[in-house]
Design a protein around this ligand. Sequence first.
Ligand code: ATP
Length: 450
Amino acid sequence: MKNEVKVVMGKYELGRTLGEGGFSTVKFARHVETGRPFAIKILDRHSVLARKFHDQLKREIGSLKQLKHPNIVRLHEVSASQTKIYIVLEYVSRGELYNVIADKGRLSEQEGRRVFQQIIDAVSYCHDKGVYHRDLKPENVLVDAKGNIKITDFGLSAQPQHLGKDGLLHTTCGSPNYVAPEVFLNRGYDGSLSDIWSCGVILYVILTGDLPFDEKNIALLSQKIVRGDLRIPKWLSPEAQNILKRMLDPRPITRLNMAGIKAHEWFRQDYTPTVSFEDEEECTAIRDTNVSTREQEEEERILPTEINAFQLIGMSSYLDLSGFFEKEDASERKIRFTSTHSPMELFHKVEVIATAMGFQVLQANGKLKVIQRRKTTVSPRRIPSLLVSAEVFKISPSLYVVELEKSCGDSLLYRKLCGKLSEDLGVCKCQLLHKTQSCPLERELPLCAL
Ligand code: ATP
């Protein structure tokens, strides 16, 4: 059997090796209870430290954690043993786009356009979130069973905290054939425009089966790229030639930007933008609330999510893996506190407190959504000034973790809400604890030993 499973790791059965990276082995895995397939990236902890790969791993996890898009590989969990780190990812069955192109020689303009549109949707979503991939190439684009793409390998990605004082990125990185001229020139670059250059190279490879810039050594290659020494085959349609020429413009200032790509006539043909999971989730939450019955609401309220060791490791800022999570996420977006109140009481109290503070509270999928509407006439439903979700996890029959997560909006208002809720309901604010002996989480689950 192709996906035969052998070794058991926690709640996953590990199967064949899907691929080897510079620092990792990626294995097929199946969730024991649900049978759902996953890909688990396994890294050796000592090698990570010895080869100073810590920062890259932190970037990969930090970026993937905030990206929820159908065309980006989804991160499910992060875990660790004494010797290994496990990153549980969505399984993407058909492997790298590189191999799909290599098998066919090249893709037709129609097929290539669909792939390219999905790449642009995903990359543009990353940019909107302040994440720049910086290593876009067909090897980092995976293809699923339906032929849809998933961008992966965010190990070189940059986030707003990596920008220099000039608002630009300064690290020269990426795979030489896909690197933008301004990155080679080492004078600082705009991560959005350099990613667009790499997307232009990918499009060239998709439509022609060749690299636009290729030389025996990196010095010649960089000269060719900086000069913009590009030949576009005349047998491509004029519109395809035009979009390639404008994306592979060596001057970032005149290069086609994201809006320009999306407005380009070649790109626009048969284009249906992908809806990000966040948009879907919010719509579902609002829709579900409108139709749900009282009984459903009661049932959802009293069923907290059971928390497992993997999730707890990822959640707890004072456990070993904390260093792999971005500061902003731990201290700003997600706030957790433990409580001895039952989930039903908790949900009720959150609702009462939040309503008294002037928030609107909706319920869906076992979560509460706390919303403060923007006081403008422009699309009030789509752009709340604060959107927070509250979820309760069961640690033991008498102890729960309340997790508040800000999806968007005013940080001050969010902190005020979190402060009030944890003051009235909590017994221990996890984010404020550092290797404390008195934290009830530690007493109940001795996971710090990991
Ligand atoms: P590199 O050293 O190139 O940065 P890496 O250590 O980051 O590599 P990946 O490139 O993420 O490792 O993964 C190695 C290979 O494993 C991929 O090329 C791909 O074939 C396979 N792979 C990775 N993630 C998945 C996934 N989610 N589903 C299926 N296969 C995957």
